[in-house]
Design a protein around this ligand. Structure first.
Ligand SMILES: NC(=O)c1ccc[n+]([C@@H]2O[C@H](COP(=O)([O-])OP(=O)(O)OC[C@H]3O[C@@H](n4cnc5c(N)ncnc54)[C@H](O)[C@@H]3O)[C@@H](O)[C@H]2O)c1
Ligand SMILES: [Zn+2]
Length: 360
């Protein structure tokens, strides 16, 4: 069991990583102050692990009302938010009520947003079931839904009361989703924790899911996310480094209609491009850039996006919502474990870095 703390400005909360059997919810949560419980779960996750979760709650005397929903990006809509509000109302959730969300990033964002807005905000607990959600979306308090065709357009910052991570629940996750989540883990290592990269270089990709190292891998990535969120809760400065590889990655996802690559896969390719850009602009050792590429390949992630048009990508990147008034902000790594943000990157260098990952 590994315990971390997220010290955001608005709230400090615990993150517990380890088997659900050892969670000890009574010791972790202030149950006395908590009213009715409403749990919203991803249907597929519930089928696999719902009984385990109910046992974990049951041993703390908690018996939540349960709603299961299909997952998938289209679920991040207002219609789904209304469905969740109806569920809360039906079970008479009041301001002292507690919402639990059990699923991947889609459910986490959706239900987190419902919790942020229902009665001007009720407490919620994140129980992530994908690797991406465990190391990324469950921590940090960003919640929201898509609006028309704009991703995460409507949302709120609302920090959870606790995040509970049981790595064993990843056993049912499709392998491809697991690998895609690993890209976000690699990202955390790349920007803040070079030892995490070493750990992944030494780990056996075939056995990682079942090995005891997984808990440490998740904890280290989470520690990076927690630290960055603690420094910049509302995304005004340093939190931007969590977008390492994402400007390239988002453009690649978008240019391939969100069909060819999972988000993490596009981020893997994006990080290879970002590392190339770093060798050209902030003196990253080209051998270090190759090392990242080898690590991604080792864990079954793509590092090239052949047959994607460079000019289309260049255009998509200038439209990236993260482009500030001052211009596009690039996250660069002079060395592994150090990230800087720059708006002064020549377009030609961006094009070269991009060309590198478009070659077949
Ligand atoms: N809030 C944030 O800070 C933040 C950060 C990153 C991403 N996100 C959001 O996260 C979303 C993506 O999240 P995701 O990748 O977790 O996708 P997801 O929630 O859609 O889950 C992926 C798939 O895996 C299934 N699944 C989940 N857990 C499973 C398990 N244990 N066993 C079997 N199947 C399981 C789901 O049903 C779904 O089909 C996006 O909407 C993105 O915008 C948010
Ligand atoms: Zn990401």
């Amino acid at each position: 069991m590994i315990d971390l703390e997220v010290k955001a400005k608005s709230r400090t909360y615990p993150v517990r990583i380890g088997s659900w059997r050892d969670w000890d919810l009574r010791g972790l949560l202030d149950l006395e102050s908590m009213g009715a419980w409403a749990l919203v779960a991803d249907k597929r996750v519930w089928e696999h692990w719902g009984q385990d979760l109910l046992s974990a709650f049951g041993s703390a005397g908690i018996d939540p009302a349960v709603l299961t929903l299909e997952a998938g990006e289209p679920m991040k809509s207002h219609d789904s938010v209304f469905q969740v509000y109806d569920f809360f109302l039906q079970h008479r959730l009041k301001r002292d009520g507690v919402v639990v969300v059990f699923g991947g990033g889609v459910l986490g964002d959706l239900v987190g947003f419902a919790a942020a807005t229902y009665q001007r905000g009720v407490r919620y607990i994140q129980i992530p079931s994908t690797l991406l959600a465990m190391v990324d979306s469950a921590v940090g308090g960003k919640t929201g839904v898509n609006y028309r065709n704009h991703k995460n357009m409507i949302g709120a910052f609302h920090q959870p009361d606790a995040v509970l991570v049981a790595p064993e629940w990843l056993l049912s996750l499709p392998q491809r989703e697991f690998r895609a989540g690993l890209a976000e883990v690699v990202k955390c290592g790349a920007i803040r924790d070079p030892q995490l990269l070493t750990l992944l270089e030494e780990a056996d990709p075939q056995r990682l899911l079942r090995s005891t190292v997984l808990e440490e891998v998740i904890a280290r990535a989470l520690a990076v996310k927690a630290a960055v969120v603690g420094e910049d809760e509302t995304d005004m400065g340093v939190r931007h480094i969590l977008n390492y590889g994402h400007t390239f990655g988002h453009a690649i996802e978008s240019a391939t209609s969100f069909e060819r690559f999972l988000h993490g896969e596009a981020v893997a390719i994006g990080m290879v491009a970002a590392a190339q850009l770093s060798t050209r602009t902030v003196g990253m050792d080209p051998e270090a850039a190759k090392r990242l590429e080898a690590l991604l390949v080792r864990h079954g992630l793509p590092v090239r996006a052949p047959h994607v048009d460079a000019e289309n990508l260049m255009e998509l990147m200038t439209m990236d919502k993260k482009a500030s008034a001052k211009g596009q902000r690039w996250v660069l790594t002079p060395e592994w474990g150090k990230a800087t943000v720059s708006t002064q990157v020549p377009t030609e260098e961006v094009r070269r870095a991009l060309t590198y990952v478009l070659e077949s």
